[in-house]
Design a protein around this ligand. Structure first.
Ligand SMILES: [Zn+2]
Length: 139
């Protein structure tokens, strides 16, 4: 089953409405980190123009932990969070390439294990850890 089918199934299995616009939103976010404007543009090219529907669908998908917001350099991006092999909703490492503005992901659970077990957090129940790395390619 591909990634977007798993999202569709989750929505169906919770007896929520899998509308055409929700489907389109999941499809355009697959393997991408998009700003609201980019989402709007991608959806417009598929015939979905209603901005409040886009807002509502994003809210809906975030509420059900399928999409997360991430802030990178003061820009808000939306990212599929469920069953993403690179991160769960609670553990993100994103790298922003400053030259290309491209965002990539790193899968290093040991970094999170180290942090979670750090003495600074021993009295805390951690809600999430999100790590953003901003970088240039070495010259
Ligand atoms: Zn991501």
């Amino acid at each position: 089953m591909d990634l977007k089918e798993r999202y569709f199934n989750k929505i169906r299995s919770e007896r929520l409405r899998l509308t055409k616009s929700r489907k389109a939103m999941i499809e355009i976010l697959e393997n991408k980190h998009l700003t609201f404007k980019e989402i709007q543009k991608a959806l417009a090219s598929r015939g979905f123009y209603n901005v409040s529907t886009i807002y509502n669908n994003l809210e809906f998908l975030m509420e059900h932990k399928m999409v997360v917001e991430i802030y990178i350099d003061n820009v808000k991006y939306y990212d599929l969070a469920m069953d993403n092999p690179m991160h769960s909703v609670d553990s993100h490492i994103h790298i922003l390439n400053k030259e290309t503005n491209e965002i990539t992901e790193v899968n290093s659970p040991e970094i999170f294990d180290y942090l979670v077990n750090h003495e600074a957090f021993q009295d805390l129940d951690l809600e999430y850890i999100r790590i953003i790395v901003s970088a240039h390619k070495k010259k």
